[in-house]
Design a protein around this ligand. Structure first.
Ligand SMILES: [Zn+2]
Length: 281
C-alpha cells in the first residue's frame, strides 16, 4: 500500500514539474498591444525583459492611453516613440509624459506648428529628457530584443509629414514586428531601396490602411503573416480603403482591425506569435 502512495507522490511531483515549468517560461513573453484609440495609433510593448515601450499616443487627450497603461501596471516607460507630429499619433503623448516617468524619447527631426506639437515639446521639456532623432540605422539599446529604426531614410518636405514617420523594426527571438506609423509609398520605396531588412511577421499597416501606403512591392519586401490596422469606426477618411484590403488579401496577410475588434494584443515567446482574437480577413 505504501508503495502505491510513493508512486502517486512521485507522479504528482512529475506533473507539477511538467506544468509549473511552462508557466514560468510564459513570463518570458513579449507582448504588443495595438490599443483601440479610434482614428489614430497607440502601441504599447512590454518586452520579455520587462521594459515598456510606447509608440504614439492616439488622437484624444491621452486619458484613454494613460488608463490602459495603468491597467497594465506600467510604472515607468523606458522608451517613447513619436512617429511623426500629426495629432492622431502625437495627440495623447503629453498626457502620457505627465502620468509616467519616461526615460528616453525618439522622434524624427521634423517640427510642426500645431498646438499638439507645442504641447508635446513642453511636456518633453518638463520631463527633462532630450529627444533623440529617429532615423534609419538608429538602434534603441534594450535587453533581449533588437530594436532598430529602418526609417525615415531621407528628409522630406513638411507637407509630407507622413513620410517622415519613424519606422521601427523589433526582433524578439525568431519573430519580428514592423511599426510603420503613417509612412506612405515614397517612404516605403526609400526603405526598400536602402537595402535594409524589412521582413516582419507582424506589420502595423501604414497610415490606417490608406491607399497611399502598403504597396504591393512593400508587402513583398516585408512578407508579413499578420497585418494590424489601427483605425476608427466610420472615420471620415474612408480608412481602410478597399484597395489596401485587397492588396493585403492578395499577399495572403491575415488582417486584424481595431475598429472592428478593439485592442489587438500579440504575444510571442520568440518562436511563435498568438493573438487575443482571430483575424478578420
Ligand atoms: Zn495617422
Amino acid at each position: 500500500m505504501r508503495k502505491i502512495y510513493l508512486i502517486a507522490a512521485a507522479f504528482v511531483l512529475l506533473l507539477s514539474v511538467l506544468f509549473v515549468t511552462p508557466a514560468s517560461a510564459s513570463s518570458k513573453k513579449l507582448t504588443v498591444h495595438f490599443i483601440d484609440v479610434g482614428q489614430g495609433d497607440s502601441i504599447y510593448i512590454k518586452t520579455a525583459n520587462g521594459d515598456d515601450i510606447i509608440i504614439d499616443g492616439g488622437n484624444r487627450d491621452g486619458s484613454d492611453v494613460v488608463s490602459y497603461l495603468e491597467k497594465q501596471k506600467v510604472k515607468d516607460i523606458e522608451v517613447m516613440i513619436a512617429t511623426h507630429p500629426d495629432a492622431d499619433h502625437m495627440g495623447g503623448l503629453d498626457e502620457v509624459l505627465k502620468a509616467f516617468k519616461v526615460k528616453s524619447i525618439y522622434a524624427p527631426k521634423v517640427s510642426h506648428t500645431t498646438q499638439v506639437y507645442k504641447d508635446f515639446l513642453s511636456a518633453v521639456k518638463k520631463e527633462g529628457v532630450k529627444i533623440k532623432t529617429a532615423k534609419k540605422d538608429v538602434s534603441i539599446p534594450l535587453k533581449g530584443v533588437a530594436a532598430k529604426f529602418v526609417g525615415p531614410v531621407n528628409s522630406y518636405s513638411k507637407s509630407d509629414l507622413n513620410d517622415w514617420s519613424a519606422v521601427l523594426r523589433l526582433v524578439y527571438g525568431k519573430k519580428s514586428f514592423l511599426f510603420t506609423g503613417d509612412a506612405e509609398t515614397k517612404a516605403e520605396t526609400d526603405m526598400m531601396n536602402s537595402k535594409e531588412t524589412l521582413k516582419a511577421d507582424v506589420l502595423k499597416v501604414g497610415h490606417h490602411g490608406a491607399k497611399t501606403s502598403t504597396s504591393t512591392a512593400f508587402l513583398k519586401a516585408v512578407k508579413p503573416t499578420y497585418g494590424v490596422i489601427s483605425v476608427g469606426k466610420k472615420n471620415s477618411y474612408g480608412h481602410p480603403t478597399s484597395d489596401t484590403l485587397k492588396r493585403l488579401k492578395n499577399s495572403k496577410v491575415k488582417v486584424f482591425r481595431t475598429d472592428k475588434q478593439g485592442t489587438i494584443i500579440a504575444s510571442s515567446d520568440g518562436k511563435s506569435i498568438t493573438f487575443n482574437t482571430k483575424p478578420i480577413q
